[in-house]
Design a protein around this ligand. Structure first.
Ligand SMILES: Nc1nc2c(ncn2[C@@H]2O[C@H](COP(=O)(O)OP(=O)(O)OP(=O)(O)O)[C@@H](O)[C@H]2O)c(=O)[nH]1
Length: 312
């Protein structure tokens, strides 16, 4: 970080969000305390390992924010007019994120004591800082929400993933057991899928998996859950459905795919696929693993019996 000369500019400061509606007199007092610095691209300004005493205001360039490790993708960008370091600046603790110059960047640096002194004379400054902090909290909440979404959704098909299935099963099995209702599970596996990939390419295989997920999910009730269990394996949970009814549902799902001889994809027209299905109904105090093991056994038999059929 290189200290540089800075042409003091009250007009520019008053345009920064932190200083909006702060009087020119107060800003002039603050100006004396600022240090202008130039940062090289990649230079680390804040790190969770170093206590921070400064507030940084970006004048030009941009700062990138990284959570956890610098190897992760940046979670946000701090642009001219915005500031960095305000949380650790206030609580005098280590920053929660890395802040790194994304390109050659000019910043103004202000020691915490200078700003704290001014709080009493300029309450508006405190208000502005609180608003900035609220923005940071909201941004953090959005990141948490996105991360949770990623933790439960399979990116290729948009279905729930295997990890989230555990969570849903806990909830639904408890609810069904409590209400003395049945719960059934279908385990589906795309037939001859290795062959399909070999013939049409892996990307075509990916589109076929999307066809399976969209075709089947559209036929389910809101209370049913469909998850991608593994590569070409899917699990459907059917709460309040006994094995007799689940057989009819599974049969309907299976035949709906059989009736699609080809489909349109970004690669052009591709042949459809069929699925084999294993069915199992929940027994008292069945774990998900136990229920799936029985459905998997039934699926194995469906494959043995010639595929494109339901067993269980
Ligand atoms: N395109 C694509 N293929 C996948 C994906 N996940 C797994 N596969 C492929 O799915 C194929 C599964 O092959 P196998 O387990 O041998 O079974 P199969 O060829 O479907 O044969 P049967 O199940 O006995 O009918 C493998 O070739 C995997 O590479 C994926 O996300 N996309």
């Amino acid at each position: 970080m290189k200290h540089v000369n800075w042409q003091e500019d009250v007009a520019l400061l008053s345009r920064l969000r932190l200083f909006q509606n702060v009087t020119a007199h107060n800003l002039e007092q603050l100006l004396k305390e600022f240090r202008a610095c130039d940062l090289e691209a990649g230079e680390v300004v804040l790190s969770p390992f170093n206590r921070n005493q400064y507030l940084y205001l970006v004048l030009s360039g941009r700062l990138m924010v990284y959570l956890g490790s610098l190897d992760n993708s940046p979670v946000s960008t701090i642009m001219p007019g915005e500031c960095a370091g305000e949380i650790s600046f206030i609580d005098n603790d280590c920053p929660s994120a890395y802040v790194v110059a994304g390109e050659p960047t000019s910043v103004l640096r202000l020691h915490r004591e200078s700003l704290v002194k001014l709080f009493q004379q300029a309450p508006q400054l405190m208000q502005n800082l609180l608003e900035l902090l609220c923005d940071r909290v909201r941004q953090g909440n959005r990141i948490i929400l996105d991360t949770e979404q990623n933790a439960k959704i399979d990116t290729l098909t948009g279905l729930f993933n295997r990890r989230w299935l555990e969570h849903i099963y806990q909830r639904e099995s408890t609810r069904c057991a409590f209400n003395e209702q049945p719960l059934s599970l279908l385990m589906l596996d795309v037939d001859h899928f290795k062959d399909y990939n070999d013939r049409h390419g892996h990307l075509a295989g990916d589109y076929a998996l999307c066809l399976v997920s969209h075709t089947l999910r559209d036929q389910l009730r809101p209370k049913d859950s469909m998850a991608r269990y593994g590569g070409e394996e899917f699990v459907i949970l059917l709460p309040e459905i006994d094995s007799g009814e689940a057989r009819a549902i599974g049969e309907r799902l299976r035949s709906s795919l059989e009736l699609i001889p080809f489909f349109y994809s970004p690669l052009g027209v591709l042949p459809g696929v069929t699925v084999s299905i294993g069915l199992a109904e929940m027994r008292q105090s069945d774990s998900l693993q136990g229920l799936i093991a029985r459905a998997d056994g039934a699926l194995y038999q469906a494959k043995q019996d010639g595929r494109n059929r339901l067993n269980g």
